[in-house]
Design a binder for this molecule. Structure first.
Ligand SMILES: Nc1ncnc2c1ncn2[C@@H]1O[C@H](COP(=O)(O)OP(=O)(O)O)[C@@H](O)[C@H]1O
Ligand SMILES: Nc1ccn([C@@H]2O[C@H](COP(=O)(O)OP(=O)(O)O)[C@@H](O)[C@H]2O)c(=O)n1
Length: 207
């Protein structure tokens, strides 16, 4: 079984994905980390993020065994990932790995932007997680402060708005809810309440 979770930045996709995967005993992949990992290699090499060919080559040769590097979770990597993820050859290069991951038994949870629409359109369960930009910026602000990153709330809110706009307006695999996805607005739900609500939606879709 596949649980596909999509939604905008800092809506809580990863947190829900992890908890749902633990609950069902499924594997979990935060697909944003793949794009962040491509961005990390580009930045470390000093490549321009506008260099599509270089980004495609990096994606084709990506080492997916180091996705737990805490550096990937930083704000700089999120912004850079959003730029290189708009290139079709980059997305094509990362598709097979994601689909392979989704084929695991007894099941897999994948979270990202295009899981229900492009990566796993056949997923039995599709959730689209949202929250207001202000609430998402508040969450990301707290997260970055805990990581020890300097970050102003207003800057994060601007970053989130810009990234959402870029992710929604790109021509390839734009961020949008699949037609058969169920939307969960977590603006007024803490992580526990969001998990309970998501679990109910999963049970509804599986039935
Ligand atoms: N429902 C929630 N209420 C408050 N904070 C949350 C909630 N869900 C997640 N968080 C926190 O918000 C931040 C972003 O969550 P994350 O799961 O990484 O989002 P995404 O994967 O959508 O970017 C994390 O610090 C996480 O602990
Ligand atoms: N399936 C995915 C996942 C991420 N991405 C891109 O990668 C960037 C970083 O994704 P992420 O999920 O790690 O970002 P956050 O939601 O955690 O801020 C996003 O802004 C998207 O541009 C994508 O295009 N498709």
């Amino acid at each position: 079984m596949i649980i596909a979770i999509d939604g905008p930045a800092a809506s809580g996709k990863g947190t829900l994905g992890k908890r749902l995967s633990e609950h069902f005993g499924f594997a979990h992949l935060d697909t944003g980390l793949l794009y962040r990992a491509v961005a990390r290699v580009m930045l470390d090499r000093g490549s321009l993020l506008t260099d599509r060919e270089a980004a495609a080559l990096v994606a084709q040769n990506l080492d997916v065994t180091h996705l737990d590097d805490p550096r990937l979770r930083g704000a700089e990597m999120g912004e850079a990932a959003s730029m290189i993820s708009a290139y079709q050859p980059v997305r094509d290069a990362l598709l097979a790995f994601q689909r392979q991951f989704g084929s695991q038994e007894p099941g897999a949870v994948l979270d990202g932007r295009d899981i229900g629409t492009v990566v796993c359109p056949q997923a039995e369960v599709k959730l689209f997680i949202t929250a207001t930009p202000e609430e998402r910026a508040r969450r990301r602000h707290l997260e970055l402060l805990k990581r020890g990153e300097q970050a102003a709330y207003e800057t994060i809110l601007d970053d989130i708005r810009r990234r959402d706009e870029r992710d929604m307006s790109r021509s390839t695999a734009p961020l949008k809810a699949a037609e058969d996805a169920m939307t969960l607005d977590t603006t007024h739900l803490d992580a526990d309440a969001a998990f309970r609500a998501a679990l109910e939606l999963v049970e509804t879709q599986r039935a």
